[in-house]
Structure formats: structure tokens, C-alpha cells
Design a protein around this ligand. Structure first.
Ligand code: NAP
Length: 315
């Protein structure tokens, strides 16, 4: 089968599409024929070994010193069950399924073997592009806003980086829950972020975060340019600062009204996101879609830091 392989850390040019053996579904696993997989900011971080401040050494120890041990990246994927391993009873050949396959990844390939406990059915009417696109940003937004931030009606929420994968889901989730949302993005993305539910949109090139005078119950930073002091300054008395892109120092100092660290991708959250996509209450924003052969271009687009929503490859 064809797979996008990363043997050493580097720019998009280190990604090679080559023939590799097709994986087998072992006991408890399902072999998925991948129809769409997101190229996320997380995939691009791993490819480039571009980790948030202080995480370079621990990340390389965990993922591989000179290149990722799991050479095929791609965590968020959607496809069709090709074969099931022993002891798998909940999925059958032909089912449309999707997964956040961390830490194994492997979605940037024609086939991937996934632990059946990670799979979620793709509801009728939801495309593989949408399923693959919604998982990464949607699960992260749910983790920070709902699980950690206890998002509720009437809250005021600031989303920094409102036009990215996490931001476009976060703005919609906050609005759905009855919050009053302020989005921070550049002028080019103003109308999109307003359409997604932000009642106010701030252009960070005109008004830097340090000059904001508003106070918010939840501040979700997906950009990584808020230090603890300036972040806390934006909070109401009961406010919580949610740092999706925190440095190691910030993670270690995160306590009280500051939350940082890895987002969980719980299966029940993924199922809920997909249900919302099926019902039309959650829009999946797509930047560009590429063939697997063009995956270097997909990585370049993610590296630009300008992608709007999600970049997807179709193996
Ligand atoms: N903690 C976790 O478990 C977890 C999980 C998922 C993601 N993350 C992290 O969350 C971060 C965001 O991920 P993502 O996939 O949503 O990123 P993304 O989609 O790559 O974000 C791109 C967007 O960021 C906007 N942007 C760039 N600079 C900005 C600025 N200074 N202010 C406001 N917006 C800006 C861009 O809009 P403009 O072109 O308009 O500037 C663009 O639309 C990443 O660092 C990722 O590693 C963490």
C-alpha cells in the first residue's frame, strides 16, 4: 500500500510517499481503508520536531530522537472497515468508521490497523472529509471548554486563534452552549468567525491581546502567545485560562484558574461531535484537501500557520 513516511525530522520535504506492507488487523484491531485523514498542527509539529517551549527533549525521548518511531503520521482519520481481527464484535466489514489514533497514528496511508476501542461509527450523511476534519479540533475544544472550563449559558468566552482547527470548533461549541463569544483572528477570517457564532471579532493585528480591556469567564488560547500574567489579566473573578498550546513551564505552573496539558479524545466526545455534524449543528471548516501524493503541499499549508479550519488528505 502507499503511505506517507517520515524517517527524520524536518520540513515538508522529509515526507515521502512510498510502498510499505499493508498492516494486518491483530486481535482486537480493525483494518481501516482510509478515505480521509487530517494533516493537523500536531502532525506538522511532530514532522518538524517543533514542540512548544521546553518540550523538545521529552518529546524526542518519547517519539524518537532523530525522526518519529511511528514513521506514518496521521492521528485523525476516517474510512471503511476492510477486515476485523479476532475478538472484534462491534464492527463489521463495510462499516464507515473514524478514530483519533493516538499515539500510534498511521492515518496518512491507504490502510491503518486501529484498536477497535478507539473507533467510532461515522453517522449516515457525514462525509469522510468532515469526520476526519472534525475530530482533532473538536475533541480539543470539548476538552478545554467543557471538561475543564465547565462551559455554560451566559458565560463570556474569548477564543484566541478562532479561525484554526481548534478555534472554529471552539467558537461553535461555546455559542451552542449559550455563551457570548469573542473571537480573535486576522481581518481575512472575520466574517467566518462571526458566522460561526462570535458576537465580537477582534483583529489581533489592530488590537494586540495585551491591549484588550474586556474580561472573560473562559479564555482559550490556541495560538500560544499569551503568558500567564497577560492571560490572567483577561479573566473575570471566576474566570479560567485554558492554554491549548502551552510551554512546559506553563504546564508545570498551571494550577488554580489556569489549565494546560494534553487534551483527551474521549470516544463519547467524538461520537457527540459526529452527531452534531450529522444534525448540521456543527460545521466542519475545510481549508484545502489534497491527494496523498501531494501531502508535502498539505504539510506546507499547515506550516504556514494560516490554515483556516482543517487540511485533509485523501489516501
Ligand atoms: N493541548 C492539546 O492537547 C492540543 C490539542 C490540539 C491542538 N493543540 C495545539 O493548539 C494549537 C492550535 O492548533 P490548531 O490546529 O487549531 O492550529 P491551526 O489550525 O494551525 O491555526 C491556524 C490559525 O491560527 C490563526 N492565527 C495565527 N496566528 C494568530 C494570532 N497571533 N492570533 C490569532 N490567530 C492566529 C490563523 O489565522 P490568521 O491567518 O487569521 O492569523 C489560522 O487560521 C497548536 O499549537 C496545537 O499544537 C494542543
Amino acid at each position: 500500500m502507499k503511505a506517507a513516511v517520515v524517517r527524520r525530522y524536518g520540513g515538508p520535504e522529509v515526507v515521502d510517499v512510498v510502498e510499505v506492507p499493508r498492516p494486518q488487523a491483530r486481535r482486537g484491531e480493525v483494518l481501516v481503508r482510509v478515505h480521509a485523514a487530517a494533516v493537523t498542527s500536531g502532525d506538522a509539529r511532530i514532522r518538524a520536531a517543533r514542540f512548544p517551549g521546553g518540550f523538545a527533549v521529552p518529546s524526542r525521548l518519547l517519539l524518537g530522537l532523530r525522526g518519529p518511531r511511528q514513521a506514518v503520521l496521521g492521528t485523525a482519520l476516517s474510512g471503511v472497515v476492510e477486515a476485523v481481527g479476532d475478538a472484534v464484535t462491534s464492527f463489521a466489514v463495510g462499516d464507515a468508521v473514524c478514530a483519533m489514533n493516538a499515539p500510534q497514528m498511521g492515518g496518512h496511508a491507504e490502510y491503518v490497523a486501529v484498536d477497535a476501542r478507539r473507533l467510532v461509527n461515522v453517522p449516515p450523511g457525514v462525509s469522510h472529509d468532515d469526520a476526519a476534519g472534525v475530530l482533532f479540533g473538536g475533541a480539543t475544544a470539548m476538552h478545554f471548554l467543557l471538561t475543564k472550563g465547565h462551559l455554560g449559558a451566559g458565560m463570556t468566552v474569548l477564543v484566541n486563534g478562532a479561525s484554526g482547527a481548534v478555534g472554529t470548533s471552539a467558537v461553535q461549541l461555546a455559542r451552542q452552549h449559550g455563551a457570548v463569544v469573542t473571537g480573535v483572528c486576522s481581518a481575512a477570517n472575520r466574517s467566518l468567525v462571526a458566522d460561526l457564532g462570535a458576537s465580537e471579532v477582534i483583529d489581533y493585528r489592530v488590537t494586540p491581546l495585551t491591549e484588550l480591556t474586556g474580561r472573560y469567564d473562559l479564555v482559550l488560547d490556541t495560538v500560544g502567545n499569551l503568558d500567564l500574567r497577560s492571560g490572567r489579566r483577561l479573566l473575570t473573578d471566576r474566570g479560567i485560562l485554558l492554554l491549548a498550546s502551552a510551554s512546559l513551564g506553563q504546564v508545570l505552573r498551571a494550577r488554580g484558574n489556569v489549565v494546560a496539558g494534553l487534551a483527551a479524545a474521549r470516544r463519547k466526545d467524538l461520537a457527540l461531535l459526529l452527531q452534531q455534524v450529522a444534525e448540521g449543528s456543527l460545521r466542519v471548516i475545510h481549508d484545502q484537501t489534497f491527494s496523498l501524493a501531494d501531502i508535502r503541499a498539505a504539510h506546507s499549508r499547515v506550516d504556514s500557520g494560516r490554515k483556516v479550519g482543517n487540511v485533509v488528505v485523501r489516501p
